[in-house]
Write a protein that binds this ligand. Structure first.
Ligand code: BTN
Length: 326
């Protein structure tokens, strides 16, 4: 009933009377009053006026299924949303659900991760209610060798969502770190289960530092949050919803051709590496050079001092001026 009342309040531009809610839901006005009282205790600002009814003025920054679903303009991504107060890792949870047959597009969101996973075995600090810790479960019908581009699709979607919901312009450090003023605000961890020619599932995990006020000392020089950059708190729900919407658009374009040709110009427009000096360390090689662009296949083209171009498909890239590399 709580969800249904919230939906009615959300949908109504003006006051909605207790009688109208009662008729629509078939419950007593006392029961409605009790729910309204508990919603107020949870941080919902609801005005109650005699003979007019209730009006929702604002919602707290809670990541709840119904609130995320409300007015969400997607048809696949987020059709099913599972939210947790606390979880080990949303990627771990998503993989578990994938093995149980959960459908494509399912999104797992947590308020806190106790064991958030970063790339290359690192951990991802995910304190309570300060960020967006989420994973999307995908089952793309594509060749496994093309799946790594999904990370770039997600990076673009995150940038576009942050830009439209906060007015802060983030950049992408290829392949998948999102940075603002040289510090990281978002990391993406894509994991896949596949056979040689068939993908069972892909899990795209996204971690965004939204309202973090302070980082542990070891991260302070390399990490930042939207709050620290924009000097105000942001509603995680708005950013999260926009990410799901932008991701669905970009993902569909990517699925059409199994590459990034439809979105690569936009990706490059956000890519901080372009025309910058980089050091790429991948397996046994280390290349220093200047980045030309990212190709429609998602590779980085690096030109060395002799003018030779090298195509980089994976590796750790340090960009001069971005966290620590001077
Ligand atoms: C990186 O190292 O840059 C990737 C970090 C990815 C973190 C996110 S938070 C949500 C999802 N669940 C995890 O355990 N990790 C990813």
């Amino acid at each position: 009933m709580r969800e249904k009342i919230l939906l009615l309040l959300n949908e109504s531009d003006d006051y909605i009377s207790g009688e109208e809610i009662s008729n629509k839901l078939g419950v007593s006005r006392t029961a409605i009053w009790k729910v309204i009282k508990s919603l107020k205790e949870q941080g919902y600002e609801i005005e109650s006026v005699t003979r007019k009814g209730y009006k929702l003025l604002s919602s707290p920054d809670i990541l709840e299924e119904e609130e995320i679903h409300y007015n969400l303009k997607t048809s696949l991504i987020g059709k099913k949303i599972i939210t947790y107060d606390q979880v080990d890792s949303t990627n771990k949870e998503a993989k578990k659900l994938a093995l149980q047959g959960t459908e494509e597009g399912t999104v797992i969101v947590a308020d806190e991760q106790l064991n958030g996973k970063g790339r290359r075995g690192r951990n991802w600090v995910s304190p309570k209610r300060t960020g967006i810790w989420m994973s999307m479960l995908l089952r793309p019908d594509i060749r496994p060798e093309n799946a790594s581009m999904i990370t770039l699709v997600a990076g673009l979607a995150v940038c576009k969502a942050i830009e439209t919901t906060t007015d802060i312009k983030p950049l992408i450090k290829w392949p998948n770190d999102i940075v603002i003023n040289g510090k990281k605000i978002c990391g993406i961890l894509t994991e896949m289960s596949s056979e040689i020619d068939y993908i069972n599932f892909v899990v795209v995990g996204i971690g965004i530092n939204v309202n973090t006020k302070k980082f542990p000392e070891e991260l302070d020089s390399i990490a930042t949050s939207l709050k620290l950059q924009g000097n105000k708190a942001y509603k995680r729900q708005d950013i999260l919803k926009k990410i799901l919407e932008e991701f669905e658009i970009c993902y569909n374009k990517y699925l059409e051709t199994e590459d990034l040709q439809e979105i690569i110009d936009e990706y490059n427009s956000y890519c901080v590496n372009i025309s910058r000096e980089v050091i790429v360390k991948s397996k046994d090689i280390s290349i220093t050079g200047t980045v030309k662009c990212v190709t429609p296949k998602g590779e980085l083209i690096v030109t060395d001092s002799t003018g030779k171009d090298t195509l980089i498909t994976s590796g750790e890239v340090s960009v001069r001026g971005i966290y620590g590399y001077v």
